[in-house]
Design a protein. Structure first.
Length: 372
């Protein structure tokens, strides 16, 4: 087992480091970052982190009518968690408006909501500091309308959480109307994993089993199940995804506890955010009673242990790849630089630690914490 005091020390360092992130409000990853800060507040009993998230969200509401290009990435679950914590009615009102905004997007012939009409294929990541002199910058290709696995974390869980908060059946329907068509387009039944994206023009998936993308997708499935109240309110298909994907991930887990950035390509590097994402998903799958604790605790603890061991004294989860724009080439993912301070690294680390700690508090993991 993992040492409790060590876990809390790393969580505090990682949360403090995330407070210095230059949030774009909104961009890919903001949601998991803010959810992670709320998890840190709950785990540590430190209201600074929750107050910070609340302040960011209240600031967003002041300019909500001036929507950005990526407002569909807004942290809807964090918004609702802050409402539950504070009782601040304007937060719930904003969540309802955001739900209506998301429902206004057009859908594919399969019924999947299209958030990104002009996907940039192989756009280079935004790196800190000036680019080296003479460094090539590849022109991004226009991929047209695409459905991304990341949206499985943004859409279904938000609507499911809104259903949990309000009890209104229409939001349950919207949760399923979002996540089920995404699964249809992105799930590979032979690989038991998700592809990064689906292209409307070509009517096909991109063909790359991206590690963090599967973290987004599987966490989205787990959260949707959790907020809908389990199998009583959710179709069996959601449970099936976790029951098939997690054993496959256990097979692919490196002996160090992490996963390769292209999951089925052992020649690609180990990427740290995947370890945190998958540890969180495994902990949630145990709490949902989809797996016996004994079946998933060893890989869960290896994954969380890897993430903790790769968090430095300044609280940075090292080895996290930069924002990874889409590609149909596995080489694009293999060559993505690492070292980012990013909410898609820090947030999953905080969420995984909190989920693990809940297993201990609920007596699912018994006995005193041992050291790493």
């Amino acid at each position: 087992m993992i040492a409790g005091e060590h876990l809390k020390m790393v969580v505090r360092r990682a949360a403090d480091r995330l407070l210095g992130y230059p949030w774009k409000l909104w961009f890919w990853g903001d949601s998991i970052g803010l959810e992670g800060l709320l998890d840190a507040a709950e785990m540590l009993g430190d209201e600074r982190y929750a107050a910070y998230v609340y302040g960011l969200l209240k600031g967003w509401l002041a300019r909500e009518q001036h929507r950005s290009e990526f407002d569909y990435n807004a942290a809807g679950v964090a918004l609702l968690r802050c409402y539950q914590k504070t009782g601040d009615a304007p937060l719930l009102e904003a969540a309802r408006r955001h739900a209506a905004y998301l429902a206004s997007f057009r859908t594919t012939a399969h019924g999947a909501f299209l958030r990104y009409e002009n996907a940039a294929i192989e756009l280079p990541p935004e790196l800190p500091g000036p680019s080296p002199a003479g460094a090539p910058r590849q022109a991004a290709a226009d991929g047209g309308p695409c459905v991304f696995v990341d949206s499985m974390h943004f859409d279904g869980p938000f609507y499911a959480k809104l259903y949990e908060v309000t009890g209104e059946a229409g939001y349950r329907s919207l949760a399923l109307a979002n996540i089920l068509p995404q699964i249809e387009l992105l799930w590979d039944p032979e690989a038991s994993l998700f592809h990064h994206f689906w292209m409307e023009r070509e009517q096909r998936r991109n063909g790359v089993l991206w590690g963090r993308g599967n973290g987004w997708g599987l966490l989205g499935v787990a959260l949707t199940l959790e907020f809908l109240g389990g199998s009583a309110a959710a179709p069996a298909q959601l449970e099936m995804i976790l029951r098939r994907a997690l054993p496959r991930l256990v097979e692919l887990q490196d002996e160090q506890g992490a996963w390769h950035t292209v999951l089925d390509d052992p020649g690609s590097y180990l990427e740290s955010s995947t370890a945190a994402f998958f540890a969180d998903v495994m902990a949630r799958a145990i709490r949902l009673s989809l797996f016996a604790a004994a079946d998933l605790l060893p890989p869960l603890e290896k994954a969380l242990g890897y993430a903790l061991q790769h968090t430095n004294r300044e609280g940075l989860l090292e080895g996290v790849s930069y924002e990874t724009f889409p590609s149909t080439r596995a080489g694009h993912y293999r060559n993505m630089p690492r070292g980012a301070l990013a909410p898609w690294g820090q947030g999953p680390l905080l969420a995984a630690a909190h989920s693990y700690n809940l297993l201990v508090q609920q007596g699912i993991i018994t006995g005193a914490y041992a050291s790493l």
